[in-house]
Design a protein around this ligand. Structure first.
Ligand code: UDP
Length: 261
């Protein structure tokens, strides 16, 4: 399988075509953005960690029957994924109130929700990914009723699984974002999990100290983002001796390059 042309570039990832029309390569960049692109930076080594963490979580989800786009990780920054037609909705899943929910509704930060709350945002950077209702999704045909029902079922299983997985390593899963896509196989369309699941797309707090181990370190200028993402990877058992060194090397090499500039 050969890597082809860039077909899409997003804020944190690039998609390349391959010689197989059904597969694409997903490349994880080091770019970080927040507040609808108003805050931007490059954090050396972030893409490497997100590639590994997302691969780990999506593989685990496959093992419990959650179909997703991951085929295999290729190298430090790239993975082969199935080409899907992305549903233009960001599915936000919340277990604890924080972030935009607290601001929007005046709910106290850290309030534990009785049940997981699913919110929908339209994937449209120009409009600032506005919050929408299920009715909007149906009214404008962004997804069908059947697709939404299937996605909701998958989301609740993914959430239960991830709460357990992170809980077992001393991390609280506060909230996260998921994206789904349509895969056509044998003439039938099926909705599968796509995109990434990483500290860029989840809020992860240490179970004891509530220390933030996610992109809020960038959003809120808390610093030490790489050590926090590395901590998540280590606790999940992803970073073994050698790969641990690789990530450290990438960050070290990058900082050497920076100093030279
Ligand atoms: N999120 C994301 N991408 C987005 C918006 C949200 O990955 O474009 C994730 C975010 O990291 C958090 C959850 O979705 O884990 C809920 O985000 P919220 O709406 O509170 O976003 P905020 O506006 O506070 O960043």
């Amino acid at each position: 399988m050969k890597k082809g042309k860039k077909i899409y570039e997003g804020k944190a990832k690039i998609i390349y075509s391959t010689s197989d029309k059904d597969l694409v390569i997903q490349y994880f960049k080091d770019d970080a953005t927040a507040f609808n692109n108003q805050k931007k930076s490059t954090i050396e080594g972030k893409g490497v960690l997100n590639n590994r963490i997302s691969e780990h979580i999506l593989s685990k989800l496959s093992q419990i029957g959650i179909k997703n786009h991951l085929v295999k990780r290729l190298n430090m920054r790239e993975q082969v994924v199935k080409l899907v037609e992305i549903i233009p909705i960001e599915f936000i899943v919340r277990n604890v109130a924080t972030g935009s929910l607290t601001k929007r509704l005046g709910i106290e930060d850290g309030t534990i929700l009785k049940e997981p709350l699913i919110e929908y945002c339209l994937k449209d950077d120009k409009l600032g990914d506005p919050l929408i209702a299920e009715e909007h999704i149906l009214a404008f045909d962004w997804a069908s009723k059947t697709e939404i029902e299937k996605v909701k079922k998958m989301i609740l299983r993914i959430n239960d699984f991830m709460i357990g997985m992170f809980g077992g390593v001393g991390i609280k899963l506060i909230d996260f974002k998921l994206e789904f896509g349509r895969l056509t196989s044998n003439g039938k369309k099926e909705v599968i999990l796509a995109d990434e699941i990483s500290p860029d797309t989840c809020r992860l707090w240490d179970s004891v100290t509530d220390k933030k181990l996610d992109k809020d370190r960038f959003r809120k200028d808390l610093g030490d983002l790489i050590p926090a993402y590395t901590e998540v990877a280590k606790r999940l058992g992803i970073l073994h001796e050698q790969s641990n060194l690789s990530v450290v090397n990438v960050t070290k090499l990058s900082s050497i390059k920076r100093k030279r500039k």
